[in-house]
Design a protein around this ligand. Structure first.
Ligand SMILES: Cc1ncc(COP(=O)(O)O)c(C=O)c1O
Length: 477
C-alpha cells in the first residue's frame, strides 16, 4: 500500500486525539491540549528523536535524564530480545537468575567503597522507598527503635510514592496528598546564587561558610539525633536547577552523619551512570555513601529498572538465618531489564562514555555560559552533562518573577518556542524558573552548538518580549 503524506497527517492527528481522550500523561495539564496537538514521538536515533510526522528534535534532556548512550542502539534491543526468549520473567523472591547476578556484581565492582549488595526495584521512586524502609528496619535490628525520621533538602525531588514524596521538598506537588509520612525533615539546599554568604563570590569558594551543610547539624540537634534514621541527598540537586556542592560540602555532610551515626543515602537516580563523568555521582564529589539509589541511566531507558546499592555495614544485621528485609516487588530485578542494563554497561565500558563526558563537559559549559550576556539569563550552573540556566527579571538585583510572569515566560513563551525550534529541554518552575539541559552522554560539539544557538535566539527574543511587557527598554543584541 502506498502511504501518502495525507495518510501520515491523518494518522498523526488521530493518535493525538486518542492521546487526549485516553492517555493520562504524567505531570501534565491535560486541559492544556484542548484544541492543540499532543506531541507524539515516534522514534529515536543517537541524540535525536523524531515525531510522528518525521520532524527531528535534539533530545536535550535524554528523555528524562535517562538515555545515556543515545537512542536506537540495536545491541541493547538484541539483548532484550535474547533474554525474552531465554527467560522472560522470573522473580528474585528466594530465587536468582543470571542477568540479575551478573548485573549486581558489575555494579558492586563499579560502586565506591563497600557498597557490595544491590536490591533491584522497578523505578527510582521505588528505590528511594526501599532505602527508607531499609534504613528503618536496619535501626530496629540494631535496637535503636526511635530512629525513624528522614532528612532531605528543600526543593529536592525524590519520587511520587508516599514515602519518596514525603522526602520530596517541593510543596506544590505534595499538598494535594497530605498528610504524608510523618518525620520527613527538610534542610537547606546549596543555592549559591541566592545565598547571602556566597552570592558575590560564585567563582570563588573562599567566602562559602558551608552554612547550608551546617543546617543539617542544626536540624539533627533540633529533632533529636536518636530520632533520625537517614539523610537523603542528590550529589547535584536537580530541582531548582543543578545545585552543585560548594568545596567541602560533601565532606562536611559526611562528617555530620558520622558524628550523629546517621545513614547517608546518595540519591543518584539522575547522577549515576556517567551524567557527571563517573559511574556514580558520589565518585565525582568524593564522598562515601552508606546507600546509593539509582534508576534511569542504568538501562539508558531501554527497559525500566532501579535499585539500591547497600554497604556491607548496613547489610550485616540482615545476614543471619532468621532475618528478612520485608520488601519486594514483582518486577524488581526483571530479567529483561537486567539483561538490558548489562548491555548498556558493555557500551559504557567499550566506548568509555564517562571519559567522553569528562573530555567534553568543559566545552558544553563554556558555550552555555556564553548565554550570560542575555538580559534574562542570571546564572549558569552544573557539571558534566547536566546544566541549568536560571532566569531572572533583573540581573542587578537578582529579583524573582511573579507567578504570572514565570507562567508566561516558561509555559507561554519558551517551552513552545524551543519545541518548535527542534530542541527538547526542560523549562522548570518548581523553584525559580530554570532551563535544564541534560543531553545524551554521546553528545559533542554539533549538539552543543545547536543547543546554544537555539537557546540564544529564544532567550534573546524572550528578553525583548519580557522587557516590552514590563514597559522597559532593555539592551538586547
Ligand atoms: C533524584 C530522583 N530520585 C527519585 C526519582 C524518582 O524516579 P522514578 O521517576 O523512576 O520513580 C527521580 C525522578 O526523576 C529523581 O530525579
Amino acid at each position: 500500500m502506498n502511504i501518502t503524506s495525507d495518510d501520515a497527517a491523518r494518522h498523526h492527528s488521530s493518535l493525538s486525539d486518542d492521546a487526549q481522550r485516553h492517555l493520562w500523561m504524567h505531570f501534565t495539564r491535560l486541559g492544556a491540549f484542548t484544541g492543540n496537538t499532543v506531541p507524539v514521538i515516534a522514534r529515536g536515533e543517537g541524540c535525536y528523536v523524531y515525531d510522528q510526522q518525521g520532524k527531528r528534535y535534539l533530545d536535550g534532556l535524554s528523555g528524562l535524564f535517562t538515555v545515556q548512550v543515545g537512542h536506537g542502539r540495536k545491541e541493547i534491543a538484541e539483548a532484550a530480545r535474547h533474554q525474552s526468549e531465554t527467560l522472560a520473567y522470573f522473580p528474585v523472591w528466594s530465587f536468582a537468575h543470571e542477568p540479575a547476578i551478573t548485573l549486581a556484581k558489575r555494579l558492586a565492582d563499579h560502586a565506591p567503597g563497600d557498597l557490595n549488595r544491590v536490591f533491584f526495584t522497578p523505578s527510582g521512586g521505588d528505590a528511594v522507598e526501599t532505602a527508607i524502609k531499609l534504613a528503618r528496619q536496619y535501626w530496629k535490628l540494631r535496637g535503636q527503635h526511635g530512629r525513624t525520621k528522614v532528612i532531605s533538602r528543600y526543593l529536592a525531588y525524590h519520587g511520587t510514592t508516599m514515602g519518596a514524596l514525603s522526602l520530596t521538598g517541593v510543596p506544590s506537588i505534595k499538598t494535594p496528598f497530605e498528610p504524608l509520612m510523618p518525620g520527613a525533615i527538610k534542610v537547606q539546599t546549596p543555592y549559591r546564587y541566592r545565598c547571602n554568604d556566597c552570592r558575590d563570590a560564585l567563582t570563588d569558594d573562599s567566602t562559602c561558610s558551608l552554612r547550608c551543610a551546617d543546617d543539617l547539624a542544626l536540624r539533627i540537634e533540633m529533632e533529636g539525633p536518636d530520632s533520625i534514621a537517614a539523610v537523603f541527598m542528590e550529589p547535584v540537586q536537580n530541582t531548582g536547577g543543578a545545585f552543585t556542592p560548594p568545596d567541602g560540602y560533601w565532606a562536611r555532610v559526611r562528617e555530620i552523619c558520622d558524628e550523629y551515626d546517621i545513614l547517608l543515602v546518595s540519591d543518584e537516580v539522575i547522577s549515576a551512570f556517567g551524567r557527571f563523568g563517573h559511574m556514580f555521582g558520589s565518585q565525582r564529589y568524593q564522598y562515601q555513601p552508606d546507600m546509593i539509589t539509582f534508576a534511569k541511566g542504568v538501562t539508558s531507558g531501554y527497559a525500566p529498572l532501579g535499585g539500591v546499592m547497600i554497604s556491607d555495614r548496613i547489610a550485616e544485621p540482615f545476614l543471619n538465618d532468621t532475618t528478612t528485609f520485608l520488601q519486594g516487588q514483582t518486577f524488581g530485578a526483571h530479567p529483561v531489564s537486567c539483561a538490558v542494563a548489562n548491555a548498556n554497561l558493555d557500551i559504557f565500558e567499550r566506548e568509555d562514555i564517562c571519559g567522553h563526558v569528562l573530555a567534553n563537559e568543559g566545552r558544553f559549559k563554556q558555550l552555555i555560559e556564553g548565554l550570560l550576556d542575555i538580559p534574562l539569563v542570571g546564572d549558569v550552573r552544573g557539571d558534566g552533562y547536566f546544566l541549568a540556566i536560571e532566569l531572572v527579571p533583573d540581573k542587578a538585583t537578582r529579583g524573582v518573577f511573579t507567578a504570572e510572569q514565570a507562567e508566561w515566560l516558561l509555559r507561554g513563551y519558551l517551552s513552545p518556542r524551543l519545541y518548535d525550534a527542534g530542541l527538547i529541554c526542560r523549562a522548570d518552575d518548581r523553584g525559580e524558573p530554570v532551563i535544564t539541559l541534560s543531553p545524551p552522554l554521546i553528545a559533542g560539539e554539533e549538539e552543543f552548538a545547536f543547543i546554544e544557538s537555539t537557546l540564544r535566539r529564544a532567550l534573546t527574543d524572550a528578553s525583548r518580549e519580557f522587557a516590552g511587557r514590563q514597559g522597559q527598554a532593555v539592551t538586547v543584541r
